[in-house]
Ligand binder design. Structure first.
Ligand code: PAF
Length: 298
């Protein structure tokens, strides 16, 4: 695996791979890797000829500087894990390489309101930061496939929308020739299943910040999602959300931010036509924000 720290070195290498007809798979990460990330690398290796990952703790998606400071960082360990998993290139940039003009300068995309609900309501600006960094990374790597984990369900929707908006409204066609006729709209977004710890907790880099006992206790989050699914045909979405949120809030050190059952295509309240539902929750456990979800097809 080659570790590359600058865009100016990485993009030409990848364009050369593309010119040879190779398909590029991209797994963006903020490091502190776990089996969930490695499952994305495995999926990329199945679908693409070249797998590239990035490890970059993106400052623009943290609305709380304390959260940014506490985010686990272990670049050497991450690099060793990626190499073992068969990743071909690791992009490990400094902030200045990703944002030569400084972080938070955009472009800002019309994210259609998906960005202001749920996570977006509790973390203003978070998804603008995600869209900003994924745009830069995708531009740097010109991938054919982009792999994201379903655990961050809303993030997947935001990224899909960003790629679409970028292609329609912000794509500089002068770049098209330089990027071998690649366009952002051609990137195939592959959403990979949630990988769970043995007791059910969705894997997340943030789990590192929980004690062993808290991690086991946090398995109640997935148990409540499963319970919500059982109740689903009998009770309304609002009733189930209240039952599950109350049950989780009764556990010491748990604080539910949201527990909802929504339309899985729009993240709006479901209606009579909804066929794809998502049970989606964020729970703060001992000060650590944990996300989980499950899709139900009717
Ligand atoms: O899911 C993450 O780790 C991050 O939000 C991402 C997609 C790498 C962007 O910084």
């Amino acid at each position: 695996m080659q570790v590359i720290t600058t865009r100016s070195a990485l993009t030409p290498l990848l364009l050369r791979e593309k010119a040879l007809g190779r398909k590029i798979g991209f797994v963006p990460t903020m490091g502190a890797l776990h089996d969930g990330h490695l499952s994305l690398i495995a999926e990329s290796r199945k679908r693409a000829d070249i797998t590239v990952s990035s490890v970059f703790v993106n400052p623009t998606q943290f609305n709380d500087p304390k959260d940014l400071a506490k985010y686990p960082r272990q670049p050497e360990k991450d690099a060793a894990m990626l190499e073992k998993a068969g990743c071909d290139y690791l992009y490990l940039p400094a902030v200045e390489d990703v944002y030569p003009e400084g972080p938070g300068k955009g472009p800002f995309f019309d994210l259609g309101g998906i960005d202001t609900r749920l996570e977006g309501a509790s973390r203003p600006g978070h998804f603008a930061g995600v869209a900003e960094v994924v745009k830069v990374l995708v531009e740097t790597l010109v991938p054919d496939f982009l792999f994201l984990g379903q655990k961050d369900f809303q993030q997947c929707m935001v990224v899909k929308r960003m790629l679409d908006q970028w292609d329609k409204h912000h794509w500089d066609s002068a770049l098209q020739e330089a990027s071998l006729n690649w366009r952002p709209g051609d990137v195939e977004l592959v959403i990979c299943p949630i990988i769970r710890e043995a007791h059910g907790l969705a894997m997340s880099s943030r789990n590192e910040r929980l004690s062993g006992e808290m991690r086991t206790r946090a398995s109640a989050i997935y148990a409540s999602i499963q319970y919500a699914e059982e109740l689903f045909p009998t009770f309304s979405a609002d009733e189930i959300s209240t039952i599950c949120a109350n049950a989780l809030n009764s556990i010491p050190d748990f604080q539910v931010d949201y527990f909802q059952i929504l339309d899985g295509e729009t993240l709006s309240p479901a209606n009579a036509d909804t066929q794809k539902f998502v049970i989606i929750t964020a729970v703060i456990v001992a000060g650590v924000r944990l996300l989980d979800n499950k899709i139900i097809i009717n």
